[in-house]
Design a protein around this ligand. Sequence first.
Ligand code: PHE
Length: 502
Amino acid sequence: MSATMRRTLLSSAARLQIRTPVYTSLKSRPLFRITVRYSSTGSSDECFKINPDSITIFDKSYPSDTWTNVPPQILSALPRKLHLQPSHPIGILRTIVESRFPSSTYARHNTLPAIVSTAQNFDSLGFPMDHPGRSKTDTYYVNEKTVLRTHTSAHQADMFREEEKPGFLISADVYRRDAIDRSHYPVFHQMEGARVWDRKAYASSEELVAAITEDINNIPPTTFSVTVEDPNPPHHAERNPLQPTHSAPEAEAVAAHLKRTLEGVVAEVFGRARQAKIEAGLLTPSTTEEPLKIRWIEAYFPFTSPSWELEVWWDGQWLELLGCGVVQHPVLSSASPSCESKLGWAFGLGLERIAMVLFGIPDIRLFWTRDARFLEQFGEGRVCWFNPYSKYPPCYKDVAFWLPQATEPAAGVSAAGGLGEMQNGQVFHENDLMEIVRGIGGDLVEDVQLIDEFTHPKTKKSSKCYRINYRSMDRSLTNEEVDNIQEKVRQALEKEMKVTLR
Ligand code: PHE
């Protein structure tokens, strides 16, 4: 990775208040190897079974190995497919986005399997071997060569190869090990879109550029207007380079088509979000008169260049919506010889964060509830403001511990594993702790925060204290029940992360 690229990544990460669901941030990485608790095997209505040497998922068997780290509660989410439920907020939003893409041009793929190869998820997209996304602390591995897709881009190359239409839209569940809080959940949903043009269909580059530009007129108009800030040049030699296979007018035409397409999506979605807020009496007429405001930011992805993120001004802050860019030519050319002559754009957007804003849903766990008081509030094709049925009391429990002294990097964390947070020779990765807490507390865990850390001046040992906030979405928890869970969490941290409880 070049120094410039690293700088862009870091500044982009620093700018964000909430971690982005796109692969832009450089994260610290672990040395820990976590033993996944395989005590629970799938019950009869589960889609998986965990055997001593293999995992069977939807009747297909995968040998397990030292990379295997996918826990049962994550596998249980595989059949849920919230994006396919027409009256679920995730399904409603999916349909609104789809309405912006004529099906004559954009094929729909909404049921692609979540278990993919590392070749699909990473290699086909040009992820470097040391990219943090490949790490066991960020990704759920079924085994060394098989993962739960971490993004819908995992299907790009297959779609470029197989799809006959010039464009496609994918919606799917994706999986990432992550922090626990109101806006992060290890399973979420993304939509991927792409559009390509084949040089072979045009007599010259000028004709190709004219056709792409002309096609911008075919983007369906929206009833909502937006103000767009796009302060950067369409490409930049260091920060956001043009690809060697593209002329400047070609890349600029593709970028303009991409940007106008996505501006239409955002206008439609956030125009409707505003309407829902007005109907709920949450917006005053003066604020509704302002046009929606969006802005383009330069970004970096291994599989597009130039690349951008799109943000919308919402509730007094910039909210990051999606990542996109001009498809890296090697992604196309290695997908198929017939794609050698193609160029185009791709984008990926996370549905949960947008649905939270659109429907006024305060906690990401609510999407997973089976409580009728939640589900019955929503109907197909309708955007309405969520009416919280109750908020049960929180219960806070702290856990403090000394970090272990580092020894040799654990086996199974290879070149793709990378370095963890080093503190005086001690290593620790927060996602491993999150996974343990989530594995035991499940959806009763609302939030996990680091509240204190220090290094002992004499022993140089480091201590951390985390506050776990337990709260059910559906009922009041008893103190005894929470104490019980907390005790299991403490024991598991001691056993699996080798920390010393304080
Ligand atoms: N797959 C990327 C992510 O999840 C988003 C993306 C898709 C970016 C397509 C560019 C093009 O972070």
